[in-house]
Structure formats: C-alpha cells, structure tokens
Write a protein that binds this ligand. Structure first.
Ligand code: ATP
Ligand code: FE
Length: 336
C-alpha cells in the first residue's frame, strides 16, 4: 500500500510517500519569508503553499521512486490550522484523488502528531496502548490519553499561549530572531537555571497557561534594562536557563499529575518543542527516578511533516475510512 500524504496546516509545505507504515520520502519546504515579520503571516503562508505544493509532491514521489499511478490513496491535513494554508493542501489532495480515481483520507493534524510514534523506524520502539501523549508545539500544548489509534481523550491543554509560543515570545523580548525557541534552548544550556526565578501559573487540573510567564519576563526585562542597558547581553545564558527551567517545570508538574491521575507511566512526546534539551533531560530523569518510559520520535517527525499525516492515512486506509469530494478544511478541529 502506497500512501501520498500532504501537510499544509501552517508554514511548512510537506509531502510524503509511505509504503505501509514505513516512510519512503518526507519532503518539507519551510517558508523563510515569515522570519522578517517575527511570526507567521497567514496570507503569505497560503501563497507560499501554492508555489511549493506541486514541486514538493513531485520531489516526494521522485525520492520514493513511485509513480503516481501506483498510489493507493491520498491523505491530507484537514485541520486544525490556518484556513488559507489548509485550503491549498485540501484542494490539491481532492483534485489529485479525483484525477487518479483513488480514495481520499482526511487527517487531524494533532492526532497525526501523536500517531507519528507508529511510523516504523529502525531502533524505534513504539508505545503500546494506553499511553499519555504530550504534544508540545508552536500552536498547542496538550496532554492526551491515548486508548487506541482513534480513541483519544484530551486531559488538559493550554488555556492561552502554546509552549512553543511561550518560547518564541520570550525569545522576541530578548531580541532573538524568530523562531527563537531553539536559541533559548541553546543559551539555556550554558546558564544557571536558578539565576532569576519566574512565577509559575496556578491553573487547576491538567490545563496550562503560558501568557502570564511571558508578561512577567517582559516586566522583568524592562525593569532590569532600565538600570543596566546591557542587562540582556551580560546575562543572556542565565535568563534563558531560568526561562527554560520554569517552562520545563510547568510541563513536568502537569505530566506528574497526569501520571498520578491515570496510573499510566508511558509518556510519548511530540511537536517541535520535543527537540528541547530540557524536556529530554527531565524525561530521562523521570525514567530513572519514577520508572516512566518515554518515547520521543526522531526530530523530522516532531515538527510539521507529511509522514505523520501518512501514517494516519495508512491506519485509516486499513479501516477503509475514506471521505468524498464534499470534504472541506476545518480551521478548528478537535481530536476525539
Ligand atoms: P501546531 O502543531 O500546534 O500547529 P506547529 O506545527 O507550528 O504547531 P511545530 O513545528 O511542531 O509547531 O513546532 C515549532 C515550535 O517548536 C516553535 O515554537 C519553536 O520555537 C519550537 N522549538 C523547536 N525547537 C525547540 C527547542 N529546542 N526548544 C524549545 N522550543 C523549540
Ligand atoms: Fe504541528
């Protein structure tokens, strides 16, 4: 079974070809244009997808060494995401499925982040059901109880900013370029995490809040730079380490709570922030200390990519879970 998968929910245009649960190709065109604006500009994203989609699909087929006539089905991201961006992938997938006369499969992007753990890779052990998934990305922060491939329950999520957003906005306050998350992580590894204490938000249950942290960082920096204009430059590593320490504590506190609540100690993380060194260290410590088992897919599958859409496509293909040409993109699309 060959599945062509298309992802265009935000600012990455991606196409992948899977053979069963294995990736044959996974091409991602990242849009550089947004860097100069310090964030994703929806209108520009949509236009860039239109330019990228045909060459990206061609590359994915070429790299997989598959002719489009060999494809069994086409899977695409239906949502959640930016409407203008989703429309490009959705229309493309619909036309191609009509043209080739093969089934069309709609995929929820957040479900795909979670099911990316089921792409077969050498030396990668997949989680078994039930497990807890923590999706930490630029647009989401979710703790999900995964009972089966298509039986998921959101136990908690961010009430405001996503964790990746918290990283990027903190980075922006420090004058770092977008997206600043990886840079904060880089400097954090050189600094003292306890140099500057930032308050942790008080949010009930398993929900998160990150907007207060951003504000307290902003006020802190404004105050300190008034006294010392070189404050950021002189303390960059310590500031980043302190921000990282606070964010990772927030995430781990909620994970501990979720483990306690469910009795499940298998933790699978996904989303771009999974690349963060702090969360990886914290999970490793939790394995040694509390006997958790953590699952972290390779980086290529953490950030937005079509291979994760393809694995959902494959799983749905086996269940003959297809959609017809009346399907439309869904900017808000909650997993269930
Ligand atoms: P969503 O899946 O919710 O729609 P997204 O797909 O746009 O969001 P991803 O591509 O999964 O988000 O992740 C991008 C985010 O990950 C950015 O906010 C980026 O700063 C953050 N990020 C990447 N690497 C790191 C790192 N090492 N430390 C902290 N944050 C990081
Ligand atoms: Fe994503």
């Amino acid at each position: 079974i060959y599945i062509l998968a298309i992802e265009s929910s935000c600012d990455d245009t991606s196409a992948a070809v899977l053979c069963g649960n294995r990736t044959l190709s996974n091409i991602v065109a990242t849009q550089k244009i947004h860097e100069e604006y310090g964030g994703v500009v929806p209108e520009l994203a949509s236009r860039a997808h239109q330019q990228n989609i045909v060459p990206v699909v061609h590359q994915a087929l070429a790299k997989a060494n598959i002719d489009k006539k060999q494809l069994s089905a086409i899977a695409f991201t239906r949502g959640p995401g930016l409407m203008g961006s989703l429309l490009v992938g959705t229309s493309f997938a619909k036309s191609l499925s009509l043209g080739l006369g093969i089934p069309l499969i709609e995929v929820n992007h957040m479900q795909a982040h979670i099911l990316s753990h089921f792409i077969e890779e050498e030396n990668y052990k997949m989680p078994s059901f039930p497990f807890l998934a923590m999706t930490i990305s630029g647009g989401h922060t979710q703790i999900v109880l995964v009972k089966d491939y298509f039986d998921m329950e959101i136990l908690g999520e961010s009430l405001d900013d996503a964790v990746g957003e918290a990283y990027d906005k903190s980075a922006k306050i420090l004058g770092l370029p977008y997206p600043g998350g990886p840079l904060v992580d880089k400097y954090a590894q050189l600094g003292n995490p306890k140099a500057f204490p930032f308050p942790k938000p008080k949010v009930d249950g398993l929900n998160f809040s990150f907007s207060g942290l951003k504000t307290s960082i902003l006020y802190f920096i404004q105050r300190e730079t008034k006294n010392n204009p070189n404050f950021i430059a002189e303390n960059l590593n310590d500031i980043c380490a302190s921000i990282q320490y606070t964010i990772i504590n927030i995430l781990m506190d909620k994970m501990k709570k979720a483990v306690k609540q469910t009795g499940i100690t298998q933790i699978a993380i996904g989303g771009g922030v999974s690349a963060n060194s702090g969360i990886r260290q914290a999970l490793k410590k939790a394995e040694e200390k509390w006997g958790w088992t953590s699952y972290i897919p390779k980086f290529e599958y953490c950030t937005d990519n079509a291979a994760m859409i393809g694995i959902v496509g494959y799983l749905k293909y086996k269940e003959m879970d297809f959609v017809d040409q009346s399907v439309t993109a869904k900017a808000r699309y909650v997993i269930q």
